[in-house]
Structure formats: C-alpha cells, structure tokens
Design a protein around this ligand. Structure first.
Ligand SMILES: Nc1nc(=O)c2c([nH]1)NC[C@@H]1CN(c3ccc(C(=O)N[C@@H](CCC(=O)O)C(=O)O)cc3)CN21
Ligand SMILES: CC(C)C(=O)C(=O)O
Ligand SMILES: [Mg+2]
Length: 319
C-alpha cells in the first residue's frame, strides 16, 4: 500500500515551474507527484548530484528525474577534506548556480552540517532559506534516522517543504568520527536501519536515500516502506539510484568509493584537451584564421593605408 502524508502532497502540488526564473523556457518540469507516480508504477527513479551551471546543464540535458545539490560539493567542487565545514551560504550559492541550468528535473537541496541539528526551529529556518534563496530548490534533504523525527515533522508540517531522508552511511556525521564505512552489516544494525527508515517515513519524508548498505539489506528496507528509496552503494533493489556526478564521470581523483561506476574518464579526456591547447599555443597552431576576427576587404585597405601613414610619420620623427 502506498501512503504519502496529506501535507506532503499539498506541498508538492503547490510547487512546480512557477519558481523558475523568467529567462528560462520552462518545458516539462518533474514534480514530486511525478516521482511518486514513477515509484507506484515500479519504474526506477534516476537521480544525480550537480553543483554548478555546467553539471546542472549535464543533468538537465540527460533528463534525470531529480538533481541533488549535495553537500559532497565541499569535497568534489571545493576540494575540502570533508563535508562538515560547508556553510549554508556556500550551499545556497551553488543551489542558485544549478538552478540557472535546470528546468526539467526536480531540484533537492542538501542541508549542510549544523544547519538543522541544533533544533526544530533552526531546521525549519534553514529549509525556508533553501526555498527562498536557493533558486529553484523545491525540496530538502537531511541526514539521520529516528532522532530526526521532529525535525522532519516540523519542516514538512510547519514550513510545508518536502523532505528527503538519508540513512545508512551519513557522511556529515562520519567524516569527522572515523571514516566512511559500510553500514547495516549486523542484525542489530539492520534492526536500527529499519527503525530509522520507518520513523522517517512516519515523520513525513517523501523518500529516503540509503547509502552504503548491503544490497540485501537495502532490498529488505525498500520492501518494508511505502515511499521510494534512492540507493547509493545500496544495490539494485532500491526504488532509484543516485551517484555523485564527478565520480561517475571520472572527474574526481582523490578517492573512488567501491559503489561508483565510472561511465567516463573526463579528468583524462579534459586534461588531454588542455595539454593539446597548450602545445598549439606554443607552436602557433592556435588560434588559426577560423578562430580569429578578420577585417573586410574595404576596411583592410583603409587599415593598411593608415598603418603605412603611421609608420612613415615615425620615420620622419627619427630623422
Ligand atoms: N566524491 C565523493 N563521492 C561520494 O560518494 C561521497 C563524497 N565524495 N563525499 C561525501 C560522501 C562520502 N562517501 C563515501 C566515501 C568513501 C567511501 C568508501 O571508500 N567506502 C569504502 C568502504 C569502507 C568500509 O566499509 O570499510 C569502499 O571501499 O568503498 C564510501 C562513501 C559518499 N559521499
Ligand atoms: C551522495 C548524496 C546522497 C549526498 O548526500 C551528497 O552528494 O552530498
Ligand atoms: Mg550529502
């Protein structure tokens, strides 16, 4: 049986292309009800992260269902060692950049570490900022299980902003307490994951990200829920998948989690392109006439006459 809280549906239906910037030609925007409908039809939900105008453009052209402006941007876009120092202002800056490129997929904004943990009020305030100052962001994501119950309830019911949960490996809490480890390996850990998942669903989450848990465990949890699960390192039985774009494009070279499939080798491809450019500048192959501006025949004649005049004047002065 499928169940989505009445508030979540009301929130969802009120949003949509109206938030798009006026200079965008809004074609067909994905709405939350569209995602829910996909889930009900048993079709996989496709998501990917984006961090700026270029990655946003890629996600938009590929027509994924939703784009997450992930706080992983701290690492893959800013080169920081973890996600835990990313600020709300930085997050909003990136959300606006992605928003300028994305007019199809739904955009979800990741609440950064520290912007929702202290209190329900803080969580509501941060979520509202995401909607007000984050461009076309229409939903937020936060990390944590059952202990986030009242945070999710407040955001969904008081601010009427859809919330995507995130359980399993939660990088904000793990980056600074001993690394990124696979979760849900013992029966006790699975029990806790299921508790967390059910609590988040009950609190009103429209979906859950499940990160770095064994495939069988993610399948089990997905079957116990009536909201879609979006897996990353959680096997193929979740309702959908998400990956960090620079990882799957082969752009990020610091580390590659086991669950990442590299669909391209962009770092090498792009480095080769820049190297070739450098060589062509040195050898004067670039820029050729094709990439230069040329004077018309008439203007060229006048220009040549002018140059001659200037040069002859210079000679007179030398005498
Ligand atoms: N580039 C990038 N991709 C990500 O998916 C990502 C980030 N950054 N930053 C934030 C978090 C951190 N994530 C990570 C990072 C590393 C592993 C990893 O290397 N895991 C080990 C298994 C560790 C264990 O269970 O002992 C692996 O072999 O994949 C997993 C998730 C996912 N998120
Ligand atoms: C990996 C996804 C789920 C995420 O939280 C991020 O990119 O920050
Ligand atoms: Mg994140």
């Amino acid at each position: 049986m499928f169940r989505l809280s009445r508030t979540a549906i009301a929130v969802t239906c009120g949003q949509g292309p109206v938030r798009a910037y006026s200079h965008h030609v809004v074609t067909k925007s994905v709405t939350l009800p569209d995602l829910v409908e996909k889930y009900r039809r048993n079709e996989k939900v496709v998501a990917i992260t984006a961090y700026d105008y270029i990655t946003g453009t890629i996600a938009n052209k590929a027509a994924v269902d939703f784009v997450l402006v992930g706080d992983s941007l701290a690492m893959v876009a800013l080169g920081l060692p973890s996600t835990s120092t990313l600020t709300m202002d930085e997050m909003l800056h990136h959300c606006r950049a992605v928003s300028r490129a994305v007019d199809g997929p739904l955009i979800v904004g990741d609440l950064p570490y520290g912007s929702y943990e202290p209190s329900d009020e803080k969580a509501v305030e941060s979520s509202l900022r995401m909607i007000r100052e984050g461009g076309r962001v229409q939903a937020i994501k936060l990390e944590g299980g059952a202990r986030m119950y009242s945070r999710v309830q407040s955001i969904v019911n008081n601010a009427e902003i859809p919330v995507l949960g995130h359980i399993g490996l939660t990088p904000q809490k793990m980056g600074h307490v001993g690394g990124f480890k696979t979760q849900g390996k013992s029966v006790e850990a699975v029990e806790k994951l299921l508790d967390d998942a059910l609590a988040l669903q009950d609190a009103g989450c429209f979906g859950l990200v499940i990160e770095a848990v064994p495939a069988a465990v993610a399948k089990f949890i997905t079957e116990k829920l009536s909201i879609p699960t979006i897996g990353i390192g959680a096997g193929k039985h979740t309702s959908g998948q998400i990956l960090v774009m620079p990882d799957m494009l082969g752009f990020y070279d610091k580390f590659t989690p086991k669950f990442v499939k590299k669909y391209s080798n962009c770092l090498d491809v792009c480095t080769d392109a820049v190297k070739t450019y450098a060589e062509e500048v040195v050898s004067e192959q670039f820029p050729s006439a094709e990439h230069s501006f040329n004077l018309s025949e008439k203007n060229m004649k006048a220009f040549e006459a002018y140059v001659e005049e200037v040069n002859s004047r210079a000679i007179e002065q030398d005498d």
